[in-house]
Design a protein around this ligand. Structure first.
Ligand code: ADP
Ligand code: MG
Length: 349
C-alpha cells in the first residue's frame, strides 16, 4: 500500500481540523490513517489515554478490512458469493450483516425511484469500474449497454426468504459501492462509542461522520471542490452527524479527452455527468450515501423532487457549470472557501 499526495489531499479536505488550541478538556486528539475501501481512511478520537485510543482505532480498522472483503462488489467474499449464486440462478444464504444492508439498500433504492440502484453491478462492471485501476479507452458498445439497461435489474427483483436470497431477474448483480462506506462509518462510530470514545471523526475518502465534538468546539470539515483542487466549502458539525459526498470527479473512465464518471444512470446505462457533486447531511451516513449517489443521477433539476421524496433535509449540489444549489439548512451551515459560479437556495419542504 502506498499513499500518494492526492490521497492525503483527499483526507485533508475531508477533515480540515481546527488548530489544536482552546481545548476545554484534558483530552488530546489521536489520529490514525489507513488505506481501505480503495480509499484513504482517517479516524480521529479525543482521548485521555493515547495508547488505549490507538488500540480502539486498530479495532475499527480491522473491522474495515473485514467489511471491505465481505462487501466487495467484484473480489471474492460474501457479496461476491451472492453475486455468483444470482448469476447462476441459485438461491443463496446471506449472513446477517450483509442481509440487513441489502434490505436497507433496497429501501433507499425504492425511495430514490430507482436512481440509486445497487442491482446494476453488471453495468458498473461493463464500464470498467470493477477494477482497482481507473479504466481507460473507448466506452463499452452502446448496444450492449442499452440492452443491459433495458433488462432493468432492480432491487425489487430480489426475493428474500428469511436469510435466503434469490433473484427473479438473471441480470441482477449487487454492487454496494454507493452504500457500504456509509454503513461502515456508522458502525465505526458505534464501536468507538462502545469503547468509550464519544468524540470521534471517521472519514472514508471524504465521506465522513462525527460524534460529540472536538473538545468543546464543533468538528470543522471541508467539502472538496469538485472542479478544482482544494475545498469548496467548510462546515461545522457536532453530535452524531454525517456529511457524505458523491461525485463524478474521482473515479471515471478516460477516453481521449472525454471522461465517463463511475455513477451510472440505471435508466440509460450511461454515466451521469451533469451533477458533479452531491453532498448530503444526515444523522446516519448509511442514510446519506445512497441518496447522494441518487442525486448525482437525478441531475441539476430533478434532484429537488428526488431529495424531497427521499426525505432529505440538508443537501448541496454542484453542477457541471460550477453552479451551487443548496437547501436553507445547508446554506446556514456552509461557508464557501472558493467562489461558486452561482449559488441558489432551494426549499425542499
Ligand atoms: P463514492 O464511492 O465515490 O463515494 P458513490 O457513493 O456515489 O461514490 O458510489 C459510487 C459507486 O456506486 C460506483 O463506483 C458504483 O460501484 C456504484 N454505482 C454506480 N452507479 C450507481 C447507481 N446509479 N446506483 C447505485 N450504485 C451505483
Ligand atoms: Mg458515496
Amino acid at each position: 500500500m502506498s499513499l500518494n499526495r492526492r490521497d492525503f489531499m483527499k483526507l485533508g479536505l475531508g477533515a480540515c481540523l481546527l488548530p489544536a488550541i482552546g481545548y476545554s478538556r484534558a483530552d488530546t486528539l489521536v489520529s490514525e490513517q489507513m488505506y481501505v475501501f480503495g480509499t484513504l481512511v482517517g479516524v480521529d478520537v479525543l482521548a485521555a489515554d493515547t495508547e488505549a485510543a490507538r488500540a480502539a482505532i486498530a479495532d475499527v480498522s480491522h473491522t474495515f478490512s473485514v467489511q471491505n472483503r465481505d462487501w466487495h462488489a467484484w473480489k471474492p467474499g460474501a457479496l461476491g458469493d451472492l453475486n455468483r449464486a444470482l448469476a447462476a440462478g441459485r438461491e443463496h444464504v446471506v449472513e446477517p450483516g450483509l442481509l440487513s444492508m441489502l434490505h436497507e439498500a433496497r429501501e433507499i433504492a425504492h425511495a430514490s425511484g430507482g436512481l440509486y440502484n445497487p442491482a446494476i453491478g453488471s453495468l458498473v462492471g461493463l464500464w470498467g469500474f470493477h477494477s482497482d485501476e481507473l479504466p481507460v479507452g473507448a466506452p463499452p458498445d452502446a448496444a450492449v449497454v442499452a440492452q443491459l439497461a433495458a433488462a432493468a435489474p432492480g432491487m425489487e427483483d430480489l426475493v428474500f426468504k428469511g436469510n435466503r436470497v434469490s433473484s427473479r431477474n438473471p441480470h441482477v448483480q449487487i454492487d454496494l459501492g454507493g452504500h457500504a462506506k456509509g454503513v461502515a462509518i456508522d458502525l465505526a462510530l458505534d464501536r468507538l462509542a462502545q469503547l468509550g470514545y464519544g468524540n470521534a471523526l471517521v472519514n472514508l475518502g471524504g465521506n465522513l461522520a462525527v460524534s460529540g465534538d472536538r473538545g468543546g468546539r464543533p468538528w470543522r470539515i471541508g467539502v472538496r471542490h469538485p472542479q478544482g483542487s482544494g475545498a469548496l466549502a467548510s462546515l461545522e458539525i457536532s453530535g452524531r452527524m454525517a456529511v457524505v459526498t458523491s461525485g463524478t470527479y474521482e473515479r471515471y473512465r478516460q477516453s481521449g479527452d472525454r471522461r465517463y464518471p463511475h455513477i451510472i444512470d440505471p435508466r440509460s446505462g450511461q454515466p451521469a455527468s451533469h451533477v458533479v457533486s452531491a453532498t448530503v447531511l444526515h444523522r446516519h451516513a448509511a442514510r446519506a450515501d445512497g441518496p447522494a449517489t441518487a442525486l448525482v443521477v437525478a441531475g441539476p433539476e430533478a434532484w429537488v423532487d428526488v431529495a424531497r421524496h427521499m426525505g432529505l433535509e440538508d443537501v448541496m449540489i454542484v453542477d457541471d457549470h460550477g453552479r451551487v444549489q443548496l437547501t436553507p439548512g445547508m446554506a446556514a451551515r456552509v461557508q464557501f472557501v472558493a467562489q461558486p459560479a452561482s449559488v441558489k437556495i432551494v426549499e425542499l419542504a
